[in-house]
Design a protein around this ligand. Sequence first.
Ligand SMILES: [Cu+2]
Length: 487
Amino acid sequence: MAEQKVYSDYFFDEPVFDLHDGGYVPLSLPDVPEKPLTIPAVLQPDRVEGNDVWYTVTARAGETQILPGVKTKTWGYNADLLGTTIVLKDGVHYHVHIENQLPEVTTLHWHGLNVPGPITDGGPHAPVYPGKSRDIDFTLDQPAQTDWIHPHPCPNTARQVWNGLAAAVVVQDEIESQLPFPRNYGVDDIPVILQDRTYHENQLDYEADYDVDGTLGKYPLVNGTINGVFQVTTQRVRLRILNGADRREFRLHFGDQHQFTQIGSDGGILPAPVHLTKLMLTAAERAEVIVDFGEYKPGDRVQLFSDDVPLMTFEIGTFAPDDTVLPEHLVDIADWQPTSGLAIEKTVMSGMDDEVRLDGKLFDMQRIDRKQKLGDVVDWEVTNTNEMDGGMIHPFHMHGCHFLVLSRNGQAPYPNEHGFKDVVGVNAGETVKIRVLFDVPGVFMYHCHILEHEDTGMMAQIEAYDPDHPQTYHLLSMDEMNHPHQA
Ligand SMILES: [Cu+2]
């Protein structure tokens, strides 16, 4: 076998890393004892009938022992904090009953699922009022990947995520199931939800910590655990890493620079494994990695860091030797060719603080900013013009589709960007060219995934339409979304 190429940089432009922000809050570790890493339970269906599966997802308040002493008031999906992991299979018809037991309006957005918009997708047009519910259904038609659910009500997404609403979604399919990957959930296949929070006498206080350029927290959490320890009982462990932070970039590496292998990104499995010692994820990006702990001995401890702060510890146990070698080719990536005769779509993310804009505008829930025909393959140029104070990276996210990254300022995409994605971090002064296809209809958001930028209005809407089946959409105003007309 050829010598493996191992990448050992973060790819993104160092001068615009978040740690250069004026308002940067460095991570630090509180002086609290270690505890077992929380592994979210898997959501069990209410009912299964043939190819139909029914789930209930309840957004609710709870209490969580995060720090010693008083419990923290937190929000979660079917859980006190974060939520139960939802496992979905390609081709299955899902019926989801969404309940809102919170004291305010929320929505349930399926980040990464190609489901119709704007209602099923769960953006701001699909409010679930306090004490009320909403039923959606969809047939899943997409490859295996790690997605997530989070709220999306304008302009309160950032605060609701800060309070705890976020859960992993694992999509499975036939192709991925044939690959030699670990997939025993909770044992050798775990979600790693990365976030950061500050506590005030053990409580969250979003307003106190708010930063219009993205709220940062002092302490790192993995799956809602501070100082979490995961017991390694198999040689290879698959981490489904999600940057679930409002704004923070995570620059991941092991304390001893142990090598790991990225096998997936936002939109599914990569065409080929990518070997790394460092991995940076901007807000909402996902990476599936396999870590081979074969060179350690029982009792060894290896820590996952972001910059110079440990996030969690892997404690090595005893395990059977595993000599699995990953194939050099994992999956085929569709060779989309741009539909002829179509102009390049250009979109511009600009500004910082409350000056952030998308295409020079603030979000308007009742304005459709663009249209794209279902099945068309369209190239987009996504530009970040923000070079004020050195600038910042804006993670650009599109609902309702996945895209291929073609180039960055005319150069090749990063080595781990050769699969489908739904978020791409755009450096200051950079134009990222992406190739976009919608295959489900709807009105969908596209926006910066720094949640405070999204809430400020760095967001727009695209209608993916089928000319043979035109649809009209009732687009709520923000006022209507937030204040239901009483019957
Ligand atoms: Cu932004």
